[in-house]
Ligand binder design. Sequence first.
Ligand SMILES: Nc1ncnc2c1ncn2[C@@H]1O[C@H](COP(=O)(O)OP(=O)(O)OP(=O)(O)O)[C@@H](O)[C@H]1O
Length: 366
Amino acid sequence: MTQPATPTLADLRAQADARQAPAGQDGDALVVCEGLVRIYRREGVEVVALQGLDLQVRRGELIAVVGASGSGKSTLLGILSGLDQPTAGAVTVAGRNLLTMTPAQRLDYRRSTVGFVFQQTGANLLPYLTAAENVALPLRATGVRAPARRARAAELLSVLGLADHANRRADQLSGGQQQRVAIAVALANDPELVLADEPTGELDSATAAEVYDAFARVNAELGVTVVIVTHDPAVADTVDRTVAIRDGRTASEVLRGPASATAPRTVREYAVLDRAGRLQLPHELVAALGLHQRVRLELAGDHIRIWPAERASSAASASSSGAIGEPPGGAASSGAVGQPGGGAASSGGPDDGEDHHGRHVKGSDG
Ligand SMILES: Nc1ncnc2c1ncn2[C@@H]1O[C@H](COP(=O)(O)OP(=O)(O)OP(=O)(O)O)[C@@H](O)[C@H]1O
């Protein structure tokens, strides 16, 4: 049987160049973060909150950013909201460079390009104003006249299913209703991007689901791009993409396809490859193979194998065909976990890592 020719590294590089848009030229990207670094200095101690974070959010996307406490999520939101500046790296939102804005441009950006929803309702709403008055407040700051303010507030509260509550004081609304009013407040000046920091942190799971639905509705009906930072895994049911941050970098992404009448949504987990070619391996894979310090990589047709260094060197000494770029089949390639010869290894089980191009990145026990 004739084997298909194994692509060389040069072939793969040419394919990748053909597929990739040039850096920073993704016409669809509303948010572009490249190599973001944020170092806090306090009393002589440095804390590296972001260490080279790359993230792109397409116009009209609804995404969640998840990660352990201290991984850098709020730091990222602080930068995207224009409140904070990175120590290094580049960030643009809606074509505006957040590093070079003047104070006046920054104020305008915060008033009209981004909207913000916080965890604490107290930070979002004035309790003694009605829902409609709260929504009208940011419009007053941008000089919108009273009749237009009232019309816009009524329109947004209606989209959020709160038309009947427009004249209720904020402190007479339930927690979920208050967060939906907060979404309307964030949308008042028609921003391109809404950022939400733990918006359901104080809500029970049923009410949290209503708030996620509200974000999905404004995303679908108004076309606004939404980034939700949360610890809550239930957000995954609402968004199409979940970006996981680990140690100040984007580590993995889960993409969900649409459900059909006959099949549930497809769910695929990807490791994120940054511009420098760095990849964070999931903890489970690292632990399963006892990987530490250095690993050996092998190109095997359409995927890459990762070997623990020690076992790889013994496999390599038993094989004369272990060089990168050579076809699989030697002692090294027969050692993939439960996948002799690499055939089944390419078939793409749900736990396989895949890079942005759908190529598999396999762990191996040698
Ligand atoms: N103003 C600050 N001064 C010093 N260190 C800070 C400051 N803000 C954040 N950090 C540190 O930066 C790191 C990232 O913090 P950040 O709040 O962004 O994480 P997070 O993922 O949002 O965490 P959480 O989910 O607990 O809110 C942490 O180690 C934190 O202690």
